[in-house]
Design a protein around this ligand. Sequence first.
Ligand SMILES: Cc1ncc(C[n+]2csc(CCOP(=O)(O)OP(=O)(O)O)c2C)c(N)n1
Ligand SMILES: CC(=O)[C@@H](O)[C@H](O)COP(=O)(O)O
Ligand SMILES: [Mg+2]
Length: 647
Amino acid sequence: MSVDEDTANQGRLLAAVHGPQDVKRMSGTDLNILAAEIRDFLIAKVSRTGGHIGPNLGVVELTLALHRVFDSPRDRLLFDTGHQSYVHKIITGRQAGFDQLRQRGGLSGYPSQAESEHDIIENSHASTALSYADGLAKAYALRGESRSVVAVVGDGALTGGMCWEALNNIATAGNPLVIVVNDNGRSYSPTIGGLADHLSTLRLNPGYEKVLDTVKDALGSTPLVGKPMYEVLHAVKKGIKDAVAPQAMFEDLGIKYVGPVDGHDVAAVEAALRAAKHFGGPVIVHAVTRKGYGYRPAEEDEADCFHGPGAFDVKTGQLVAAPAVKWTHVFADELVAIADERPDVVGITAAMAEPTGIAKMARKYPERTYDVGIAEQHAATSAAGLALGGLHPVVAVYATFLNRAFDQVLLDVAMHKLPVTFVLDRAGITGPDGPSHYGIWDMSVFGVVPGLRIAAPRDAATLREELREAVAVDDGPTVVRFPTGAVAADLPAVRRVGPVDVLAESTRTDVLLVAVGAFGQLGMDVAARVAEQGYGVTVVDPRWVRPIPAELVEMAAEHRLVVTVEDGVRAGGVGDALAQAMRDVGVRVPLRDLGVPADWHPHGSRAQILADLGLTAQDVARDVTGWISRLDTHPVDPLPLSTPSPN
Ligand SMILES: Cc1ncc(C[n+]2csc(CCOP(=O)(O)OP(=O)(O)O)c2C)c(N)n1
Ligand SMILES: CC(=O)[C@@H](O)[C@H](O)COP(=O)(O)O
Ligand SMILES: [Mg+2]
């Protein structure tokens, strides 16, 4: 279907929605029709762009009810993680942007202050919304502003520790604050942990389900929930409450509990929200929803309910892109091979078993694989515990998400010199998820951790090799980091000097080009271009980028110019560290470090963002040629290499 046809087929009611006031005016019947039109719209658009279709299909009615009860932007609607804010964007006048969803210059996949006054949280790291909400509610109370603060938090996000720190403070502060728990029973895979058990007790209680069906039948197509319905729901809640009392967990905290409510019944959610809005203190509204609701391929997707697929065929749900061998697959296969040989190796995921590849190990060794929920800090220190117990944990997370566990890696793991391997998938520029997902900080942030070693494989062969080297280290933590997407083609070395692979060399030693990790092929392409200008380039892959190999410093001293290129921030990156190592031993060869500026880079495709940053073979070759030709006229004498100092 073309975009024009698509627009022409856009629902009549949806076409009339330009802002929240348009849904406030709608009747119950129209709201049900609008919900269906929104689902059709989401499936049509996201099937072409890719994106978080499953989570958003699950919050259509919930988001309609939110905008009918509250007055955004005066009232603040906060979305935890933010991947489920597409319906919010549709209601707040951004339907036209969905043709460029998550594309460069197009609509962000998360709330964006630049897009709308209705958006406030841009960070897509989970479990933060309640803390933002606590702060906002305190600010409005202190300023005497009568504005509602509403935080929508998923059951998965609730497994994150920050949520419980926030709930503790929210209860103490006692400010008016509405917490909508969007309980679909899933993170990617089914949500784990005691809280999930509590919530599912409610959700799965036969009494609750039966009553809901009875009431729905009785109401038939009558959309609006009248008093009888709410009374029935109240009785259900009362009944369940006495039976299982999971609300006690919240109410003992001092937070009122309303629910459970059918999150796909606009009127029911509205009724619960209106009650919560006027309560005058912190209230939890427990909405039970279904991830992927209304689109069968998503509802039936056991792996992750179409959490965030690429483009897909609407009729079949099949992904459009041909399957590729991804870095993740190579890691998963090698981890299982290692686990076959090493009974002490265990795997840990933070609610992302499938996306990180840990699921493959879980299928073969379920007793040696742990899903800790969205709890990276706990993952790191629990891994420290496992290591203290004589095991070698492999913690697989996306690079960006390990940021929040820096203290745990530094003190709980590294200071104790514990053998824990952190595998950082999606390292570097990822693309569609934008700045809060860019895994560009790890080599800088974790590069300062004493005793921690960092490997950056360039292809499948070196990933397998460096993963094995990492799990063989028993006197401290190791990190193995690699980018998103299809794994790079194997790039053989011509020789190895210590840990350093020489990928190409020349009779001339004009330039030492240090190509970090997946930039190996970029280094080869740059060398070919620079050679056309008559200069000799030695291309090396350090493989282990922390600590800086002494061999790399020795190689630097043999060249006229050193250039480093890395898929990570320059500040404190590999280039910075090599320059310091060279300074420490008096190697005065000029060094230029290329990488990602420490900044908030926009979303787009990985290739586009790297090109915007000048991290292409063409741009780097232009830079290298410029620098080396300048040295022809402005020579700098490199000092002879002294024995490296001990510290
Ligand atoms: C700190 C952090 N870890 C991991 C993720 C990856 N992630 C994105 S959404 C998601 C699942 C969220 O589950 P839930 O809060 O229940 O929302 P749902 O997708 O079910 O609507 C995860 C683990 C993240 N965004 N932030
Ligand atoms: C919202 C979130 O954090 C994840 O769903 C993320 O978008 C997944 O990224 P990949 O698509 O790279 O697995
Ligand atoms: Mg969920």
